[in-house]
Design a protein. Sequence first.
Length: 281
Amino acid sequence: MTVAGLDVGGSVTKGVLINRNKILSLSEVQSSDPIASAMGCLAKLLAESETKIRDLSEIALTGSLARKFKLDAIEVNYNFVNEIDAIGVGGLYLSQKKEAIVVSVGTGTAIVHAKIEKGRYSIEHLGGTGIGGGTLVGLSKLLLNKDQPTTVFKMAKLGDISKTSLLVFDIVAGPLGKIPASATASNFGKVGDDTKPEDIALGLITMVAQTVATMAYFAAKEKNLGNEIVFVGKLPSQELFAERLIETLKVFGTTTEIPKNAPYATAIGAAKARVPNMGFC
């Protein structure tokens, strides 16, 4: 059976086409109209995989705007999948783990405890934070007059974190217990006249990544899953952001995984959640 999974957002739809356990195609379409982005994404998925619409068993819809429109014009069954469930299932599928803390970094950040046992999923929404991609975009507009994340990341590569963040070294001239001297003591606690836009860009990315990673660690610790943290979403797929996530968790003595195709985890999870013989506890 072939299932399409569509993660429908306000301006972007991410999609996947899955046949049993194999990903046939992945796609992302941006439009100011969510219906147009969803339909465009589905068309692109079918074209890239050379699949006919009649060959689809089902379309699985998830995301912030998924329930606001209908696909009655398409003669294919469609169902809605809770976004939290989709995040958890997608994170487990991509990481090939049986249990993990799945952290989805989108506009904000959702933290999910996901587990699969005997073919059944157990998904628990642990919470999250309003710090995420939206924070990075908003503060970039205010502080840098830039609203494209790709531009901010390019700027950040030329930045110096010591020009914005107060480091542990700045306070105690060395490490503090298990905390290395290079660790952040205060985000944006060292801004001066010599701070450049590139330094601010790096400071913003670092602040968002460190906040997300710290929350993920404490959520994982609560569930005794310190080494089973999986990050999904578009931001964790950015090399610089991923480096900051890894560095932060290293301070806590733990590791993380950012799987391939992490930006499509929610769409993948929606599709996988609708595969027969799988269910939820």
